[in-house]
Design a protein around this ligand. Structure first.
Ligand code: 3HC
Ligand code: NAI
Length: 691
C-alpha cells in the first residue's frame, strides 16, 4: 500500500480512494495523523482518477479524538482546522467509515466528511466535557445541525458514547455496514454516491434541524436546570451549552468564533488540566509495576458472598448485573430473607426509574441464590466475606473456608479496617487471600480498594483487577495499613473537622467550606446521614463528647429529624441555633475560648493534613503512586475531579507551602501535623511525584 507517512496509507482502486490511518492505540489526531490526512486528502483532490474517498482506520477504533498528550505543547504540522477545511471543501465526496469509537476530534473529522457509514458495534460521541473541555474543532456547531439542539446538548454535556443504531436514527450516520465488512461496504456506498451523483453534503450549511429552536431560551434554561446538580462546580458543561446556544442562534462562522474562544479558556484553565490528569491517572491505576500483563488470570464464573447485610447485598448485585451467579450465605433465614428482599427492592427501584426492565430484575434475581451453610461455597471462583467487622468472626470464617472452598478460589474480605495479613494467616493458602474493599452503596460506588496482603500472589491481584473491570469498578491496589488509603486519609479530615468545632467554627461553616470546594457534602451532613449513634451506646454514654451530648438529647441525625442540623419533613437541612448553644455551653464547661475561623483556614485545616497523610502512605509504599491516591479520593469520597484529587491539588497549592504550614501547625497545635519525611524530601530535592 503506498504510504503517505508512518501512519497513513492511500490506495486507489476503480476510482475509489481508500485513505487508511494506522496510529495505535486509538488513532488519536497527533501531528503525524493530521499530516497524513492533510496530504492524503490533497492528493485525492488532485488525482483525476479518484471519484470518491473512504476514510477508514486500522486497529481497535476510528479516530478517538485529539491527541490529549499534545495539549499545552507548541503546535506542530497542519492544524486540525486546516485538515477539516481540506476535507469539507474537497471536490470529491469523502466518506468516513467508522468502527470502534468516533470520539471528540474523531467525530469532528467525521462531521466534516460528506457521508458517514458505521458498523453496528460502533459508537459516536463528543466526550470533551469529561476532560474539562468542549469540542474545539467545530463539533459544537456541526452536531446540532445534524441531531438538533436538545440531543446535542445532551451529548456534549454528558460525553456519552452513542451506539450506531441510535446514530443512524438521528442522522449522525447515513448508512449501516455489516459488522465484518466495513471497508467493502464503505467502498460500495462510495460507488453508489458517485453513481447517483449525490451532493457533497456540508453539515455546516444545514439549518433545517436548528431553525425551530432559534430564540428558544426556555430550551436552554430548562436544560441548565436539569443538569445543575450533576455538574455543580464544573465549568465545561456550561461552556458547552453556550456553544450549542451559539450554534442555534448565530451564523456558523460566528458560532465557530464562540467555540474557539471558550475552548481556549477551558484548555488553558486549571479545571481541564486537572481533568486531563485524572484521565491518565485512571489508566495508570490499572498498571501494577511488578505484575506483568501476561500474568495468568483466574476466570471468575461464579461468586460466593458471606453476609447479606448492607455491603454483602450491594456486592452481590455487582456480579448479578454482569450475569455472574452469586451464592449469598447468611447466618439465619430471617436475615437472609431480609437481605434478598432489599436486593429485590433496589432492583425494582432502578426498574421504576426506567434504567432496567422488569425482566432484568427477574433475570438478575434468578442469578442470586441464598444459602445458610458455608459448605455450599465449595465450587465458586471468588468468595467475598462481608460479615460484621469482627476479627475473631472473620478468622473463624476464613479457617472454615480453607477447608471448604476449591483450590484456586480467590478468598476475599471486604473488611474496612482489619489486618488482611492476619486474616490470611488463618488459612493454609494466604497467597489466595486478598482484601476487596467496596464502598457503600456497593452497587453504586465506583471505587474498589484492592488490598494486597504480604503473601497475596500476583495472579490473585491481577485476577481481582480483571474482575473489578468486569463489574465496572475503578480499582486501586493498596497495602495493608489501618484504614488502607481512603479511610486513612479521611481520618485526618474528620479529626480536624471535629477539632475545629471546638475552636469556634460551626458545623455548617465547615460543611459549607467543603461543599463549596466541590465535595458532595461536608463531614457533619455526612454524620447526620449515617446516624450519630453508630458506635454510641446510651447505657455507657457519659456526656463527655459533643456527640454524646447530641445523642443523649435525641439528636441522632436525619433519621430523628435533627442531629448537627435540623431537618424538615423532606429531609432538607438547616443550621440549628440549639446546636450552636450546645457547642457554646460545652466549650464553656471545658474552658475553651472560641474564635472566628475563616473559610480559608477551615480548608487548610481539613485538606492539608490529608495531603500530608498521602505522603506518609507513599513513603510506606501503601499506594503505588501519587495519582492512585487521587483516584481513590475522586471515586470513593467525591473529591471534585476538577481539583484533581488531594495530591494533585497539593501540587497546585505548592508542596513547599504545605510543608511550611505543617511545620508551623506542629509547633502551635502538636504532633498530628508533623510533616511526612517524604514530603520534606520532595520539597528539598524538588522531586516530581507524578512521574
Ligand atoms: N489522546 C492520547 N492518548 C489517548 C487518547 C487520546 N485522545 N485516548 C486514549 N489514549 C491512550 C490512553 O491513554 C491509553 O494509553 P496507555 O495504553 O498508555 O494507558 C490508550 O490510549 C488506550 O486507551 P484506553 O485504555 O482508554 O482504551 P479503551 O479501549 O478502554 O478505550 C477509548 C478507548 C474509548 C478511545 C478511550 O481511550 C477514550 O475515551 N479516550 C479519550 C477520548 C476522548 O476524550 N476524546 C476527545 C479528546 S479531546 C478532543 O478531541 C478535542 C477536540 O475537540 C479538538
Ligand atoms: P451489616 O451488619 O449490614 O451486615 C453484616 C451481615 O453479616 C449481617 O446480615 C449478618 O447477619 C451477617 N453475618 C454475620 N455473621 C455471619 C456468619 N457467620 N455467616 C453469615 N452471615 C453472617 O454490615 P455491613 O455494613 O454490610 O459490613 C460488612 C463488612 O463490610 C464489615 O467488615 C464492614 O467493616 C465492611 N464495610 C462496610 C462498609 C459500610 O459502609 N457499611 C463499607 C466498606 C466495608
Amino acid at each position: 500500500m503506498p504510504a503517505i507517512n508512518e501512519v497513513t496509507n492511500l490506495e486507489v482502486n476503480s476510482n475509489i480512494a481508500v485513505l487508511t490511518l494506522n496510529s495505535p492505540p486509538v488513532n488519536a489526531l497527533s501531528a503525524k495523523v493530521r499530516e497524513g490526512l492533510h496530504v492524503g486528502v490533497k492528493q485525492t483532490t488532485e488525482d483525476d482518477n479518484v471519484k470518491a474517498v473512504v476514510l477508514i482506520c486500522e486497529g481497535r477504533t476510528f479516530i478517538a479524538g485529539a491527541d490529549i498528550t499534545e495539549f499545552g505543547q507548541a503546535p506542530k504540522g497542519p492544524s486540525l482546522f486546516e485538515v477539516l477545511d481540506m476535507i469539507e471543501n474537497s471536490s470529491k465526496p469523502i466518506i468516513s467509515a467508522i468502527h470502534g469509537t468516533a470520539l471528540g476530534g474523531g467525530l469532528e473529522v467525521a462531521l466534516t466528511c460528506h457521508y458517514r457509514i458505521a458498523i453496528p458495534s460502533a459508537k459516536c460521541g463528543l466526550p470533551e466535557v469529561k476532560l474539562g473541555l468542549l469540542p474545539g474543532a467545530g463539533g459544537t456547531q456541526r452536531l446540532p445541525r445534524v441531531v438538533g439542539a436538545q440531543k446535542a446538548l445532551q451529548m456534549v454535556t454528558s460525553g456519552e458514547h452513542v451506539p450506531a443504531k441510535e446514530c443512524l436514527e438521528m442522522g449522525l450516520i447515513d448508512e449501516m455496514a455489516n459488522e465484518d465488512s466495513l471497508l467493502e461496504d464503505a467502498i460500495k456506498f462510495a460507488s453508489t454516491i458517485v453513481k447517483e451523483n449525490r451532493p457533497l453534503v456540508k453539515v455546516k450549511e444545514n439549518e433545517e434541524n436548528i431553525k425551530a429552536d432559534k430564540g428558544n431560551h426556555a430550551l436552554f434554561a430548562d436544560f441548565r436546570k436539569s443538569i445543575a446538580r450533576r455538574t455543580r462546580g464544573f465549568l465545561a458543561p456550561e461552556y458547552n451549552i453556550q456553544c450549542i446556544e451559539a450554534a442555534v442562534n448565530k451564523p456558523f462562522e460566528e458560532g465557530i468564533k464562540v467555540e474557539r474562544e471558550l475552548f481556549t479558556k477551558l484548555v488553558t484553565g486549571s479545571q481541564s488540566a486537572a481533568q486531563r490528569y485524572v484521565f491518565f491517572a485512571e489508566r495508570l491505576v490499572n498498571k501494577i509495576p511488578d505484575i506483568p500483563s501476561e500474568t495468568e488470570l483466574i476466570e471468575v464464573n461464579s461468586v460466593g458472598v458471606i453476609g447479606a447485610g448492607t455491603m454483602g447485598g450491594g456486592i452481590s448485585m455487582n456480579f448479578a448485573n454482569v450475569g455472574i451467579p452469586v451464592t449469598i450465605i447468611e447466618q439465619n433465614q430471617e436475615r437472609l430473607d431480609r437481605g434478598l428482599a432489599i436486593i429485590k427492592k433496589n432492583y425494582e427501584n432502578t426498574a421504576n426509574k426506567g434504567r432496567i426492565s422488569m425482566e432484568d430484575v427477574e433475570t438478575r434475581m434468578a442469578l442470586i441464590t441464598g444459602e445458610l451453610s458455608l459448605d455450599t461455597l465449595n465450587s465458586q471462583d471468588l468468595i467475598i466475606e462481608a460479615v460484621f467487622e469482627n476479627m475473631a468472626l472473620k478468622k473463624e470464617i476464613f479457617r472454615k473456608l480453607d477447608g471448604i472452598s476449591k483450590a484456586g478460589t480467590i478468598l476475599a474480605s471486604n473488611t474496612s479496617a482489619l489486618n488482611v495479613n492476619e486474616i490470611a494467616a488463618e488459612t493454609k493458602r494466604p497467597e489466595d487471600v486478598i482484601g476487596l474493599h467496596f464502598f457503600s452503596p456497593a452497587n453504586v460506588m465506583k471505587l474498589l480498594e484492592i488490598v494486597r496482603g504480604e503473601k497475596t500472589s500476583k495472579s490473585i491481584v491481577a485476577s481481582s483487577m480483571a474482575i473489578a473491570k468486569k463489574i465496572g469498578k475503578i480499582a486501586a491496589v493498596v497495602g495493608v495499613c489501618p484504614g488502607f488509603v481512603g479511610n486513612r486519609i479521611l481520618g485526618q479530615r474528620q479529626r480536624e473537622a471535629n477539632k475545629l468545632i471546638l475552636e469556634g467554627a460551626l458545623p455548617w461553616d465547615i460543611d459549607d467550606a467543603l461543599f463549596n470546594f466541590g465535595f458532595p457534602m461536608g463531614p457533619f451532613a455526612m454524620s447526620d446521614l449515617a446516624g450519630l449513634d453508630i458506635g454510641w451506646n446510651k447505657e455507657t454514654s457519659k456526656g463527655e463528647t459533643l456527640r454524646d451530648i447530641l445523642c443523649e438529647s435525641g439528636r441522632l441525625g436525619q433519621k430523628s429529624g435533627k442531629g448537627f442540623y435540623l431537618y424538615d419533613e423532606n429531609r432538607n437541612k438547616s443550621p440549628d441555633p440549639e446546636v450552636e448553644a450546645i457547642i457554646r455551653k460545652f466549650a464553656e464547661a471545658k474552658q475553651i475560648r472560641l474564635r472566628d475561623i475563616s473559610k480559608e483556614e477551615i480548608l487548610e485545616r481539613c485538606l492539608y493534613p490529608m495531603i500530608n497523610e498521602g505522603f506518609k502512605i507513599l513513603e510506606e509504599g501503601m499506594a503505588i503512586r501519587a495519582s492512585d491516591i487521587d483516584i481513590v479520593w475522586i471515586n470513593g469520597y467525591g473529591w471534585p475531579a476538577y481539583e484533581g484529587g488531594p495530591m494533585f491539588y497539593g501540587s497546585l497549592v505548592g508542596f513547599d507551602k504545605i510543608l511550611d504550614w505543617l511545620k508551623k501547625m506542629e509547633q502551635e497545635l502538636g504532633s498530628e501535623f508533623k510533616p511526612s519525611s517524604y514530603l520534606e524530601k520532595v520539597v528539598n530535592e524538588n522531586i516530581n511525584i507524578f512521574v
